[in-house]
Design a protein around this ligand. Structure first.
Ligand SMILES: C[S@@+](CC[C@H](N)C(=O)[O-])C[C@H]1O[C@@H](n2cnc3c(N)ncnc32)[C@H](O)[C@@H]1O
Length: 284
């Protein structure tokens, strides 16, 4: 009997389970599937197949996100460690990073300070720190101690790519509560899905496996939560400082109005799918 390679064996599995895989892993291609398996199993696609790894296929059967199976996710130009304590970074957040990098490059000065609210795996501040080759003072907060542990792992892993005079500090904090310094740039990708009324638009895999504290806010507290955020950001930004926030396509219009209480210049930007996705707020 011919012994199959891992690749051949999994191709059969992939074809047989295609519709279920498409539901749990929209758009997944065989190449990605086999790469993830080989990563998990420390094998090569061409290795002759003797025994499949049941733990991997059980996770696939349950629909566990591939990023949580192999504990990694690619964002901007880097690989980040992730686990189920943090949101899996999304590609649209790369646009937020691009805008932040553009602003820093245009307005750079010694002592340039950045604050990231709801940092999760730390992708936003770490991407900024890697891309800006000059020294920066960066701090970032989260209300989850477990998320901050992940951010610190990523800081250690990427340390060698960051200017050695750049300071990065991850801290536990609810938005900007008791924050008393003024900064040049504030970034945030906060939880922005209404727990009840937006739930229908959430992929079941995200709802089942990603931390709810990273995704949802209570419907009744939603506007007040953002009003407090905008008020805190306004008092914490230096003159002409910039606030860039990712938000929900259905709520950014309303949030723009809320933010007008605190900022005189507000722009809404779209993501790659042409949905409203970002607010840029400034007093100029
Ligand atoms: C949508 S995730 C974003 C994670 C990461 N910044 C990214 O873009 O991938 C939101 C993060 O905000 C944190 N968070 C939720 N409520 C918060 C609050 N009141 N203050 C600070 N962080 C909060 C969550 O724990 C989560 O890590």
């Amino acid at each position: 009997m011919k012994i199959k390679s891992i690749s051949e064996h999994f191709f059969e599995y992939f074809v047989k389970n295609e519709s279920r895989l498409e539901k749990d892993y929209p758009g997944i291609k065989f190449n990605r599937f086999i790469e993830e398996y080989c990563d998990y199993d420390h094998s090569k696609p061409s290795d002759e197949f003797f025994m499949e790894n049941p733990a991997f296929l059980e996770k696939i059967r349950l629909g566990v996100p591939l990023e949580y199976i192999n504990f990694k996710s690619f964002f901007y130009k880097e690989e980040f460690y992730v686990n189920s304590d943090v949101l899996i970074p999304r590609s649209e957040t790369e646009i937020l990073c691009e805008k932040a990098i553009e602003f820093i490059n245009k307005n750079y000065h010694e002592d340039f300070t950045v604050y990231d609210i709801g940092t999760g795996s730390g992708v936003i501040p770490l991407t900024i720190a890697i891309e800006i080759k000059k020294p920066l003072n960066i701090s970032a907060c989260d209300i989850s101690q477990d998320a901050l542990a992940v951010a610190n792992i990523n800081y250690d892993n990427l340390f060698s790519k960051i200017n050695n005079k750049t300071k990065i500090n991850f801290e536990i904090r609810d938005r900007l509560d008791s924050f008393s310094t003024k900064v040049d740039l504030i970034t945030s990708n906060p939880p922005y899905i209404k727990e009840v009324s937006d739930k229908g638009g959430v992929h079941h895999q995200a709802d089942s496996y990603e931390p709810h504290m990273a995704l949802y806010l209570k419907d009744a507290e939603y506007d007040e939560w953002f009003d407090t955020l905008f008020k805190q950001v306004n008092t914490s930004l230096k003159e002409k400082g910039l606030f860039i926030m990712e938000g929900h396509e259905d709520h950014l219009g309303n949030q723009k109005e809320l933010a007008q209480k605190y900022f005189n210049t507000i722009t809404v930007l779209k993501d790659y799918t042409q949905r409203d996705r970002f607010l840029l707020c400034q007093n100029i």
